[in-house]
Design a protein around this ligand. Structure first.
Ligand code: ADP
Length: 366
């Protein structure tokens, strides 16, 4: 309703040409009737003026219509009600004619104007609807194309990588570069696929009770390559019981690996990386802490946006700015979260939270 009321403010005012056209039309109608004044009756005059006022309202809008109604009222009185040439009225019943004329023309001007506005409003609403629909369709098309392209890119990449690997083993150094670049591209394609999956809102498939240490161990193993030569401290904060969470293992593993890779990428090799798991109320939390430069206050929300890379970060670092967006998307889809905090003494702490699993209620407990 507010939209409807807000609209008229944006409507164009009648142009000077519109005013002139309708005032001239009124003058012409008056002149024509004056020529035959002896033969026209009050009712004819009233009907002709009413017609002009109504057309003026439809074409020129409310202000033009109401002004014309006023002018027609005066002209009616001046030219067609005796004594002519004055605003005085000899027959008191003529007042009734005039007042009825004014009221009728004003009301019809207003009604016609409203009808016109309603029509315009409806057209605007229909257009907005159509726009929203086509936007939604183009979103779906974009996601479908993205998914198709990503799938079709993967197959040739696997072939290229396989052949490069073969060539590398026969001693060609350039083949190693090809293999590494194919890996990078393949990683990017996977991220694009994840991106489209997350924006499409695909729900997670295989949420189960899993043990924290299993996930940590698998993540450390998968991130082995980029953690090479670094000190990694593992902290499992669970004095007497195993830590369980409810999450999709493969997807959550990718989130944790991504956080580890980032910690390695954004902090110096000689600095240690700390990872851990703990229970926090209804959540199982995994955290990854580094001693890098951390994230500037103004960037803390933005690093989770897709394709965002802070100013000055080099394009050659390999990232496309999708990692954290995907990490958060995966976590949120299973009722968890990924958050950043600055680390006391310098650096970053990224925390991945998933729902805590109370093993009493799961069959896996036995
Ligand atoms: P990318 O693939 O470009 O690394 P991410 O989404 O993983 O993209 O990260 C987005 C940005 O967040 C990075 O460009 C980086 O500036 C910042 N960032 C991520 N992890 C860390 C970290 N451990 N320390 C400092 N900055 C980080």
């Amino acid at each position: 309703m507010t939209g409807v009321r807000a609209e008229p403010a944006r409507r164009a005012k009648p142009s000077p040409a519109t005013w002139i056209v309708w005032i001239v039309a009124l003058a012409v109608a008056t002149a024509l009737m004056l020529v035959v004044r002896v033969r026209v009756e009050r009712v004819h005059v009233a009907l002709v003026y009413l017609l002009v006022v109504q057309f003026a309202s439809v074409r020129g809008g409310r202000a033009v219509g109401l002004t014309l109604a006023g002018l027609a009222f005066l002209a009616f009185n001046w030219f067609f009600l005796p004594p002519y040439g004055t605003l005085a009225i000899a027959n008191p019943l003529d007042w009734l004619v005039l007042v009825v004329f004014l009221a009728t023309s004003a009301v019809s001007a207003e009604l016609l104007y409203r009808a016109r506005e309603l029509g315009a409003e409806r057209a605007r609403a229909l257009a907005a609807n159509a726009r929203a629909k086509s936007l939604e369709e183009s979103h779906h098309a974009k996601d479908a194309i993205l998914a198709a392209v990503s799938h079709d890119l993967r197959t040739p990449l696997t072939t290229i990588k396989g052949l490069a690997h073969e060539l590398a083993s026969s001693g060609d150094d350039r083949a190693e570069v090809i293999e590494a670049e194919a890996d990078r591209l393949s990683d990017f394609v996977s991220k694009l696929l994840d991106f489209s999956r997350i924006t499409m809102g695909t729900p997670p498939r295989d949420i189960q009770a899993n043990e924290a240490e299993d996930l940590l161990g698998a993540a450390l193993q998968q991130a082995q390559g980029c953690l090479e030569g670094r000190t990694v401290n593992v902290h499992i904060e669970s004095p007497d019981a195993l830590l369980f969470g409810r999450f999709e293992f493969a997807q959550t593993l990718r989130v944790l690996v991504n956080l580890l890779e980032n910690a390695a990428k954004y902090s110096a090799t000689e600095q240690p990386i700390d990872v851990g798991a703990r229970r926090m109320g209804a959540e199982l939390q995994f955290w990854v802490a580094d001693r890098g430069a951390g994230v500037a206050e103004a960037e803390r929300d933005r690093i989770f946006e897709p394709f965002y890379r802070p100013r000055g970060s080099s394009r050659d670092g390999g990232g496309a700015g999708l990692g954290l967006f995907i990490a958060r998307g995966i976590a949120q889809a299973q009722g968890g979260s990924v958050a950043y905090a600055s680390r006391a003494g310098g650096g970053s702490v990224f925390t991945l939270s998933v729902p805590w699993a109370d093993l009493e209620e799961t069959p896996a407990a036995g």
